[in-house]
Design a protein around this ligand. Structure first.
Ligand code: NI
Ligand code: MN
Length: 236
């Protein structure tokens, strides 16, 4: 069974996830807060929020990045064009990387990996090119390897993510419509071969119909699919 060795993972609804390592590094992925109907009411982010990671430019993944980064003095990590875009919106500290590359953020090695999805950022001026959609692999020193897939369809090269990084915990979208649903996510689970699946991007809006129960019925018996609720911390 996956031992997270002191790392905690908290789902904040949709694809928004807060990770705190045993050493105390705080990482928020895809901040969607103000307009997120599933954001846990009254949930307070850590005052010291070191890093914000963005998988792609859609509003349901980046809409709160600027106020949160400003308030918490966070460094934003994203694909190059998206990092540049949020820097243009007033985020002072950004790291713009690209696919297959890694960056050391304290005790975490963050690697940008493929996703199958579109990526554009919309504001009053229209839609902007902000690079391609991505996922993140987070290898925590003396801790587990985590994978946040962002928004994606399944793709065979998820096998490379297993081969290269062997994540113990996979955070995968399962809601359908904008991303893969349970049927496709079950294949993604086979490719990534994690011990634990934390389902994301489901139940937020009516079209996102996929459920953890549906996924759980489709994966190998040895894989744990966690039916978590927003605001719940997952740790082992
Ligand atoms: Ni998206
Ligand atoms: Mn999305």
């Amino acid at each position: 069974m996956a031992d997270l060795k002191g790392t905690s993972i908290t789902w904040l609804g949709h694809a928004t996830v807060l990770i705190v390592t045993a050493k105390g590094t705080t990482i928020l992925i895809d901040p969607f807060i103000e307009h997120n109907p599933k954001y846990p009411a009254g949930f307070e982010l850590p005052s010291n929020l070191h890093y914000i990671l963005l998988t792609h430019g859609h509003g349901d993944h980046i809409s709160d990045v600027v106020p949160v980064a400003k308030k918490h003095n966070s460094t934003v990590v994203a694909i190059y064009e998206l990092a540049d875009y949020v820097a243009g919106k007033g985020v002072e500290k950004t790291i713009g990387m690209n696919m297959g590359g890694s960056v050391e953020i304290e005790d975490v090695t963050a690697t940008l990996v493929d996703a199958r999805h579109s990526s554009g950022a919309q504001d009053e001026q229209g839609t902007h090119y902000v690079g391609v959609a991505a996922g993140f692999v987070l290898a925590i020193a003396n801790g587990p390897v985590l994978y946040h897939a962002g928004d994606t369809a399944p793709f065979r090269d998820m096998e490379l993510i297993h081969e290269l990084y062997q994540p113990k915990v996979a955070m995968l979208p399962i809601g359908g419509f904008y991303t893969m649903g349970p049927k496709e996510a079950a294949l993604a689970v086979r490719f990534v071969a994690p011990e634990v699946v934390l389902p994301l991007h489901w139940g937020t809006f009516p079209p996102l119909k996929g459920t953890p129960e549906q996924l759980a019925a489709l994966v190998e018996p040895g894989v744990r699919v966690i039916a978590w609720k927003p605001g719940e911390e997952f740790s082992l």
